[in-house]
Design a protein around this ligand. Structure first.
Ligand code: UD1
Length: 343
């Protein structure tokens, strides 16, 4: 049925999953998307098919459903699974922790269990730089200590890493890679897929683009008195297409049997700190517009600064971020304009 290795992208209709699907197909893989559209609509799925000029098989499935997940792995010859099917709003996870523990952990348990049972050896998990917390030394390496999580969202990332690590170590039937993303931003150069937050965005770049397009009145910059060069927080903003290509490199490392250890972790960032203010100014310059913003109080729970040491991914995955911040911010704006045209 499938000539090329089949990759199950769990949560493939979402922001990162849709970009990964495009890059995987362009790299020569077959993709099966599994999604229940609980946190996205069909916009990105339609965009993926338009970019690729072909159908991409989709199964509507809730990975919290153990039987359905097991049936999926029993039905398809899945060479590797990438697990994106999780909730990601940090603030909501503090007010509704059970929702996060149930969804994010149950889906991971089901995916790992079914993969192991049905001979799918390769599991890629989307983790987050949130596991490092407020690290004392920057940039953070994969060896930097994981600090106690301050949200249920962060807890589920740490716990999921541990679950995968333990299952890999137990019977040797599966192997795993955890990719720790820094701050994914931007959109595909086609502007046909991108980030589509429901309701008021929590994250910086969607808030910027929605302010620029007139959907929001003003961007609040949270905190101008941090101990950083311009007083705003420092982050490592990674282009979503670059991020997607890191997944292709990691999947290839798995399916081609090139892993050096059965469980590996890689940082996926640019290695360059950029301040919130620098990002806002770059967005204005690149897109030739003025943004309505003001500096307000700090947002509780924000860390001052974090950026990645990316040398391990460079060495072992042969991967490095290539898109410039300007390209990325132009793509984020093109995507917002594309959405506005659809209305
Ligand atoms: C958070 C999570 C991270 C998750 C990411 C994407 C933590 C510590 N971080 O990252 O794990 O992967 O979201 O979901 O759990 N900002 C503003 N105004 C805004 C929005 C943001 O000034 O309207 C600032 C923030 O204060 C922060 C920076 O922009 O300094 C980035 O914020 P955001 O995009 O929300 O990402 P993080 O909090 O870094």
């Amino acid at each position: 049925m499938f000539d090329k290795p089949l990759i199950l992208v769990a949560g493939g209709a979402g922001y990162i999953g849709s970009h990964v699907t495009v890059e995987l197909v362009e790299a020569g893989y077959e993709v099966l998307i599994g999604d229940n559209f609980s946190n996205c609509d069909r916009t990105c799925y339609e965009g993926v098919k338009q970019i690729l000029g072909r159908e991409v098989p989709l199964v509507e499935i809730d990975f919290c459903d153990r039987t359905a997940t097991d049936n999926l792995f029993a039905t398809y010859p899945i060479a590797a699974v990438i697990h994106f099917a999780a909730f990601k709003a940090v603030g909501e996870s503090v007010t509704e922790p059970l929702k996060y523990y149930r969804n994010n952990l149950l889906s991971l348990l089901n995916v790992v269990e079914s993969a192991e049972r049905h001979g799918c050896r390769n599991i890629l998990f989307s983790s987050s730089a949130t596991v490092y917390g407020e690290a004392e030394v920057q940039p953070v390496t994969e060896q930097s200590p994981r600090l106690p999580a301050t949200s249920a969202y962060g807890q589920t990332k740490q716990m999921s890493e541990d679950i995968l690590r333990d299952v890999v170590a137990s019977k040797g039937l599966v192997r795993g890679i955890a990719l720790r993303y820094f701050n994914p931003i931007g959109a595909h150069p086609s502007a046909l897929i991108g980030e589509l937050p429901r309701g008021v965005p929590n994250n910086l770049v969607p808030y910027i683009t929605q302010t620029a397009v007139g959907k929001r009145q003003m961007l609040s910059i949270f905190g101008g008195d941090y101990p950083t060069p311009d007083g705003t927080c420092l982050r490592d903003f990674i282009d979503v297409v670059d991020l997607a290509r890191a997944h292709v490199a990691a999947v290839t490392r798995m399916v081609e049997d090139k892993m050096e250890q059965p469980y590996e972790i890689f940082n996926v960032g640019t290695g360059k700190p950029v301040s919130v203010m620098q990002l806002v100014e770059a967005f204005e310059r690149v897109n030739g517009l003025k943004l309505n913003y003001k500096i307000v109080d700090r947002r509780p729970g924000d860390i001052v600064a974090i950026w990645a040491d990316t040398s391990l991914a460079e060495q072992k995955l042969g991967w490095k971020a290539t898109r410039t911040l300007d390209e990325t911010l132009a793509s984020a704006w093109a995507w917002e304009c594309h959405l506005a045209e659809q209305k």
